[in-house]
Design a protein around this ligand. Structure first.
Ligand code: TPP
Length: 379
């Protein structure tokens, strides 16, 4: 994808440069800059003619990882292009001014940027909410209201009940921007990506994409899904398409191993009225492995699905992202299906056996463990 974007930009720049030489006759950079602004304005104006195309381009632009394109790709080329245009002789002629300006210029801009950054950026309590929008905050803890950010309306209440009251009282009076087209365009991009990624296979285990794609079909709509922390939950968020299921997750605290104990809590709350399903990573589950005996002892019909990739996958990923060696993340797991402590247990190693195993799992009346061997890299 990066290459296509790069080629597209070069082709566009070449075309604009041609227009400049032929018609505008400005110095090259200025001409291309002016024409780029004109093209951008024309594109912005197209919003008023046909929004569909506009939305598609915006959704596409949002899907681009600008940081990696700029830093890993374009910056090298730009620096190289800049370097070969340096007039060394001219620089040497004015070496005093250059040295003074370069030194003091760096100090001056560091001071200005640093001071502005200090006063404008808030590192710890960043909400990600634009200050241009008025904020309504709903919280059942009154002390949390306006705690980190000034809000226009602070409402003390439980979120689902408060929203239900808002909904009934504000019927017919809500004036919102319809963003469905943009969302639909983003959804199309996601669907295409998912379809493409479903073709990725490996000899080291099933891909998490295929796991969650297969899992969402037979999973009961009223299930309480308790998810873990790690790559497994990232993949479930990306590829499981929920219907009406409730989701419990560790979110902000992000404690691995959350899934299994959470299903026990869910079972204590709603009993047999809903299926409780734990989707755990192998590293997380191992911290609470003995709790399978609790499921069996108290006859909790909890369904435990463990994604066994023999690794603390998320940590390996973070180590790689930080350009460190992958270190101390491999796991020496038991065969979870055999370990099941009296619960029903099954291990699946091949994608083609997975869907049948899911149906079998949902037919079991008691506690069960379904172990899926997954490839740590296909997430
Ligand atoms: C209690 C706790 N210990 C450590 C961490 C740091 N941590 C975050 S993700 C992760 C790895 C999870 O590995 P695994 O359960 O195998 O899931 P995977 O990422 O492989 O899907 C760890 C150790 C944490 N979030 N919580």
């Amino acid at each position: 994808m990066m290459f296509e974007i790069f080629v597209g930009i070069i082709a566009l720049a070449a075309f604009l440069s041609y227009l400049n030489i032929k018609f505008l006759k400005f110095p090259e950079t200025i001409g291309v800059m002016i024409l780029s602004i004109v093209v951008s304005l024309l594109f912005a104006a197209s919003y008023f003619i046909d929004q569909t195309y506009f939305d598609l381009v915006i959704a596409f632009a949002r899907s681009i990882d600008f940081k990696s394109i700029l830093f890993d790709f374009l910056l090298g080329a730009l620096l190289f292009a800049g370097a070969i245009h340096v007039n060394l002789k001219g620089l040497l002629e004015q070496k005093r001014a250059v040295i003074i300006d370069a030194t003091f210029g760096v100090l001056r801009s560091t001071f200005i940027i640093g001071t502005l950054f200090y006063f404008t950026a808030s590192f710890s309590n960043h909400t990600g909410i634009t200050p241009k929008k008025p904020i309504i905050q709903i919280d059942f803890d009154p002390l949390a209201l306006s705690k980190f950010q000034k809000v226009e309306v602070a409402v003390w209440g439980e979120i689902s009940r408060t929203l239900a009251i808002f909904n009934s009282k504000l019927k017919g009076q809500i004036n919102t921007e319809d963003q469905r087209k943009e969302v639909a365009a983003c959804w199309d991009i996601w669907k295409a990506e998912k379809k493409k990624r479903l073709l990725e296979t490996s000899d080291n285990g099933i891909s998490s994409i295929a796991v969650f794609e297969t899992m969402h079909k037979p999973t009961p709509e009223n299930a309480v899904m308790c998810v873990d922390v790690g790559n497994n939950v990232d993949s479930s968020g990306r590829y499981f398409e929920p219907k009406n299921q409730d989701f419990l997750m560790s979110s902000y605290i992000g404690s691995i191993g959350f899934a299994l104990p959470a299903t026990m809590g869910a079972w204590a709350a709603v009993g047999d009225s809903k299926p409780e399903i734990a989707v755990a990573g192998d590293g997380g589950l191992c911290q609470y492995l003995a709790e399978i005996t609790t499921l069996v002892k108290y006859d909790m019909p909890v369904k435990l699905i463990v994604l066994n990739n023999h690794e603390l996958g998320k940590i390996s990923k973070e180590q790689r992202a930080g350009e460190f060696d992958v270190w101390k993340t491999s796991l020496s797991n038991p065969n979870f299906a055999e370990f099941a402590c009296g619960a029903w247990g099954k291990r699946v190693e091949k994608q083609e056996d997975f869907e049948a195993a899911m149906h079998e799992l949902y037919r079991q009346p008691k506690a069960d463990v379904l172990e899926i061997i997954t490839d740590v890299n296909l997430i």
